[in-house]
Design a protein. Structure first.
Ligand SMILES: Cc1cc2nc3c(=O)[nH]c(=O)nc-3n(C[C@H](O)[C@H](O)[C@H](O)COP(=O)(O)O)c2cc1C
Length: 205
């Protein structure tokens, strides 16, 4: 087997719907021993966790919101407070291989697009762009207004990748988990990390 290159990845979680995807993504990363993860969860995301944790069907494992947040945090190697502007990811001299914001709210999208963030998630994204490292934003809103689209355009021009969660039916998913896993594989493709989760179209031809 080819030797895996050691990678350091920053994961931002903002307050958009989709914590179930975030959970799958963090579980995927936890199982990749050559990837070191640094997690930042926004205050908005904590609210969404509270609203979505029952829908996730894991309330037996995580009876309270804080338990589920803790579950997410336990998947990461390092957890940074959203208010800790002195943490490593706030500085360009702290090296990493890319940042993924999953999910990315329209509020965080706008803040990152205009460079006016005041928390660690926004600062880390800003730094990632200025250092010309990969920044992937898993945006979630529908329908979109022109302000959302313009902010995405600005970020793409600045070097970010906009990657809304769009289920791939060609992968013939049977369950929601199948869809989530395939998407997580495609997300990691953006950082050049092979997880073995993405269905590869015509790979056997
Ligand atoms: C249950 C719930 C679901 C939400 N879903 C979305 C969403 O899908 N997309 C979005 O842009 N904002 C959504 N919001 C609103 C954001 O949480 C809100 O704009 C917040 O200020 C985002 O802050 P953050 O980006 O710092 O986390 C949702 C809020 C709640 C409470």
């Amino acid at each position: 087997m080819a030797q895996q290159i050691y990678r350091r990845v920053v994961i931002g979680v903002s307050g958009a719907s989709g914590i179930r995807l975030t959970r799958q993504f963090l579980l995927t990363l936890r199982d990749l021993p050559h990837v070191e993860t640094h997690l930042v969860i926004s205050k908005g995301a904590r609210l969404v966790v509270r609203e979505e944790h029952e829908e996730m069907g894991i309330q037996e494992e995580a009876p309270g919101t804080e338990d589920l947040v803790r579950q997410l945090e336990m998947c990461a190697d390092h957890v940074h407070s959203i208010d800790d502007l002195g943490a490593g990811p706030a500085s360009g001299s702290w090296k990493h291989d890319g940042m993924i914001v999953c999910p990315c709210s329209m509020s965080s999208l706008a803040t990152i697009a205009h460079g006016c963030g005041t928390n660690l998630l926004h600062r880390a994204a800003d730094v990632t762009l200025k250092e010309c490292r990969p920044l992937v934003l898993v945006v979630r809103e529908t329908p979109l207004n022109l302000i959302h689209v313009e902010n995405m355009r600005l970020l793409m021009q600045a070097g970010a990748t906009i990657m809304p969660f769009m289920p791939a039916f060609y992968a013939r998913p049977k369950t929601i988990e199948d869809m989530l896993r395939h998407f997580c594989g495609r997300l990691l493709d953006q950082l050049g990390i092979e997880s073995g989760l993405a269905h590869r179209w015509r790979d056997n031809m």
